[in-house]
Design a binder for this molecule. Structure first.
Ligand code: PEP
Ligand code: MG
Length: 578
């Protein structure tokens, strides 16, 4: 390592797990979407518009190649990303507005910039990660058109070698495919988010990746040694020798663990003393389905349905939802799907038409079931779609953010009304469909005995339960240290919920992030949880932990563990359980 280079650590957003050590390959910043203004004469307009149209058609061709590359590598479903770019290319914004600006006397590059900048700025005003990612898509497309206008053609990414870690402002799905073909070790971008297409593709292609590493381009140079940890979001430039060997060792472990998890795929999630745990996957959007189907998950334990509602100006129609739910339920057979009804609000910002005059619903406001009960025109079509889809697969329904049993009964009553409607219309559905409640509000946790008497199952949403119990905003990094799943208050609450559910004879699961941390698996199994739903990428490690637990032995220690006051001692005890 060059000793003159100082170690520097960046923390971005973990986009795709895995550790990579390699040499920085900085993608030239040619695409910075900020072209120079040049006023043109009236006589130049025609030529300039033609130059712009040529660039559009070159970009279109590039997208067609991208589409066939992705179709070959990943299958048709993923080529939609390129199709979306092609759709934007034929939008009047690009085909009409930009030529109009050229006709007003702007050069093509700057006319393009002015038009797209307006769209990008309007996306900036929406504090929703989905819009941030769409903004990145627009910028990426703008850069592509720009590079054709500037005659730069394809980026230098084709020149990467097999020890490269690519570092760029933004990358496109095509770039991700190229990186896999050239065996790049990983990539880091300054832009992007968890729902960026490049993050999704990186997971599919198993390329370690960190996105949102803001500021890294100001420091990194070509050839710098870089370590990336796609699980934690850490990027280390010019790491000290000891750190490199630590990460190399961690990488080896990760690879070995991956092979071990793979071997467990078809084995049951069963403890040493024979307790079968249902291990299902969380589903957030359609792109995750191939991972889930390949992960060894026994179904979907939390189907977050928000993706149909976010990022549009209208509500999805019943038919659209029905198609989607029934298709997924069919694909998951012989396993089941727990569909959670709409949980809009908090950090899941609704589309503009749902916002009230008081601004976006907050974590304590009109969120999830509260919003659905208030707006039947939103709730009922979704319920009808879920019920109708239940004729095509094994579907259970689950209500989010239930505060008490009355609210749960109110939601169930609407399901009954919908059933009557479907009966009258002669539409089939599963008459025995189970209806469950998410327990993620402290008042529901404290009265989980009442709720358990009315519910067919319970699933604990620790992401919210912890934030509400501890009064810690789950998105605020300044109070993140207080967000502690092992706090005695949380552990006692969990035990209370499990006991209530079992007393009522129903199954109790957990679908919050706590379930995907193997350091809690022993404790949770010992408490009596029957089901876990975790991201597909965590199925292997949780299954491995479950299979190493002697449940009865752990169960005997639970009372003692819950009486520990000192957090450090508690953590030590938890470690001993796994
Ligand atoms: C939770 O709150 O733990 C949960 C699973 O739901 P979400 O993260 O979607 O709020
Ligand atoms: Mg929640």
């Amino acid at each position: 390592m060059d000793n003159l280079q100082k170690q520097k650590i960046f923390t971005g957003i973990p986009a795709s797990v895995g550790i990579a050590v390699g040499r920085a390959f900085v993608v030239a910043d040619e695409g910075e979407f900020c072209p120079v203004r040049r006023d043109i004469e009236k006589s130049e307009t025609k030529k300039e518009v033609q130059r712009y149209k040529d660039a559009l058609s070159e970009t279109n061709k590039e997208m067609s190649h991208l589409k066939s590359d992705i179709t070959k590598t990943l299958g048709k479903d993923y080529a939609r990303l390129a199709e979306a770019y092609q759709q934007i290319l034929s939008d009047p914004l690009l085909t009409r507005d930009v030529p109009n600006r050229i006709a007003e006397g702007l050069n093509a590059e700057y006319a393009l910039y002015v038009v797209l900048d307006r769209v990008i700025k309007s996306f900036d005003m929406i504090p929703d990660p989905y819009f941030k990612d769409r903004k990145n898509d627009i910028e990426d497309l703008g850069n592509k058109i720009l590079s054709h206008l500037l005659g730069r053609g394809k980026r230098q990414l084709s020149e990467i070698s097999d020890d490269s870690i690519v570092i760029a402002k933004t990358l496109s799905p095509n770039d991700t495919v190229t990186m896999q073909e050239k065996h790049a070790r990983g990539f880091v971008t300054e832009g992007g988010g968890k729902t960026s297409h490049i993050s999704i593709l990186a997971q599919t292609l198993e390329i370690p990746a960190v996105v949102g590493a803001i500021g890294i381009l100001g420091f990194v140079k070509n050839g710098d040694i870089v370590v990336i940890d796609g699980g934690s979001g850490r990027v280390i430039l010019n790491p000290e020798e000891e750190l490199i060997s630590n990460y190399r060792a961690a990488r080896e472990k990760f690879i070995v663990a991956g092979r071990e998890f793979e071997k467990l795929k078809d084995l049951p999630a069963q403890t040493l003393d024979g307790k079968r745990i249902e291990l299902a996957a969380n589903f957030d959007n359609l792109q995750e389905l191939p991972f889930i189907l390949n992960s060894g998950a026994e179904g979907i334990g939390l189907f977050r349905t928000e993706y149909h509602y976010i990022g549009r100006n209208d509500l999805p129609l019943e038919e659209e939802l029905f198609e989607s739910y029934s298709n997924i339920a069919e694909k998951m057979l012989p396993y089941g799907v727990i569909i959670r009804t709409l949980d809009i609000g908090g950090d899941k910002i609704p589309d503009p038409m749902l916002r009230s005059g008081k601004g976006c619903p907050t974590f304590l406001g009109l969120r999830a079931i509260r919003l659905c009960l208030k707006f039947p025109h939103i709730f009922r079509p979704q319920l009808r779609a879920i019920m109708r889809a239940s004729a095509f697969g094994k579907i259970k329904i689950m209500f989010p953010m239930i505060s008490d049993v009355q609210e749960f009964l109110a939601a169930k009553k609407i399901v009954e009304d919908v059933k009557n409607e479907l009966d009258k219309e002669g539409l089939p559905y599963d008459r025995n469909m189970e209806i469950g409640a998410m327990v993620e509000v402290p008042s529901a946790a404290m009265t989980s005995d009442f709720i358990s008497r009315e519910a067919d199952f319970i699933s604990v949403g620790t992401n919210d339960l912890i934030q509400y119990m501890m009064a810690v905003d789950r998105t605020d990094e300044t109070v993140a240290s207080l967000y502690d799943p092992s706090h005695p208050a949380i552990l006692r609450m969990l035990k209370n919920i499990v006991e209530s559910a079992h007393k009522a004879g129903i199954s109790v699961g957990m679908c919050g992030e706590m379930a995907s941390d193997p350091s809690y698996t022993g404790l949770l199994v010992g408490m009596g949880f029957d089901e876990f739903s975790v991201p597909a990428s965590a199925i292997g490690k949780i299954k491995k932990s479950i299979r190493a637990i002697e449940r009865a032995a752990v169960a005997r220690k639970i009372t003692e563990i819950l009486s520990i006051e000192n957090p450090e001692q508690l953590k030590k005890e938890l470690k001993r359980l796994t």
